[in-house]
Design a protein around this ligand. Structure first.
Ligand code: SAH
Length: 280
């Protein structure tokens, strides 16, 4: 089968939503550059309607969104080409690598095997990296962890590999739930991670966690603050991302009583915030 390779210029902050739409049109293998996405679709699968939809989305993005170039390439090349762009990454104590990578873990690295079937949660997004780097400092051996918006499951898997006793992952996207379950098996943490379809309503009101984390986007984070905080054990911690530096104020304002911001880390324009539940 032949593939079409599309180079689309689009500003960084519109890339995630564009990718979500492209995935529905059977695009695959997204390589994100600062102002550009390179992606592939089986030739013949891209209808005139799809093209119009893409043009429509790009027209809605302020700035210079447009399809820069289009090229037909052979299947064989396609797989190799985009797999070659996926490099194993050291992030904090972790080595995140795709299953086909032969890069051996050196030293003490905790290996997370995640195939980049989706762009988010492969370790290639700033916010995923911020979450992974913050995790070791917030997690104690035996902690119970809530992972809201699990995506690939990467954060829950990481928590279990660091010694959490249980991680409960939820995601409203059915495909993410399937993908997270696959990755849980692949990483040998089935006894530790449970993945459920849904949001916080899928988590028992009585259940308590020492750490609750969510890497989604500002409005959802603000919405989820209350139900997440309600499920924190005394002294419990929150780890939040999917946030731009400019989102900090909105999150701080929405922080439920009894929670206090304790830290911030950043990469480019993205931040992660930590908070702690004070008192009992
Ligand atoms: N946790 C991963 C993936 C983050 S992407 C990481 O850090 O890399 C965000 C995920 O949140 C997506 O999979 C999306 O489906 C999910 N999501 C969005 N809104 C949600 C909500 N209200 N409740 C639960 N999950 C949600």
């Amino acid at each position: 089968m032949n593939y079409l390779k599309l180079v689309i210029s689009v500003a960084g902050r519109y890339q995630e939503s564009l990718i979500a739409e492209l995935m529905e049109m059977e695009f695959n293998g997204f390589e994100q550059q600062e102002e550009r996405i390179i992606t592939y679709v089986p030739r013949g699968r891209l209808s005139a309607g799809d093209r119009e939809r893409i043009e429509g989305i790009l027209a809605d993005c302020p700035g210079e969104g447009r399809v820069e170039s289009e090229k037909v390439i052979a299947d064989r090349n396609w797989n190799e080409q985009w797999e070659r762009t996926i490099r194993p990454q050291r992030i904090g104590p972790f080595l995140v690598r795709p299953t086909w990578s032969r890069e051996a873990a050196t030293g003490e690295a905790v290996v997370l095997e995640i195939d980049p079937k989706m762009s988010f949660g492969t370790g290639y997004h700033e916010t995923t990296r911020l979450m992974l780097r913050a995790l070791p400092g917030l997690l104690d051996e035996g902690d119970r962890v809530l992972d809201a918006g699990t995506g690939t499951g990467i954060l829950a898997i990481a928590a279990c590999k660091l010694g959490a006793s249980r991680a409960l992952s939820v995601d409203i996207d059915r495909w993410s739930v399937t993908n997270a379950r696959e990755n849980v098996l692949l990483n040998g943490v089935k006894a530790c991670v449970e993945v459920r379809l849904g949001s916080l309503e899928a988590v028992d009101e009585e259940e308590r966690f020492e750490l609750a984390m969510a890497n989604i986007e500002r409005n959802t984070i603000v919405e989820l603050l209350e139900p997440m905080a309600a499920r924190l054990a005394p002294g419990g911690r929150l780890l939040l991302s999917g946030l731009l530096s400019s989102d900090r104020g909105a999150v701080e304002e929405a922080l439920p009583a009894g929670l206090q911001l304790t830290g911030e880390s950043r990469e480019n324009d993205w931040i992660a915030l930590t908070a702690r539940r004070t008192g009992s």
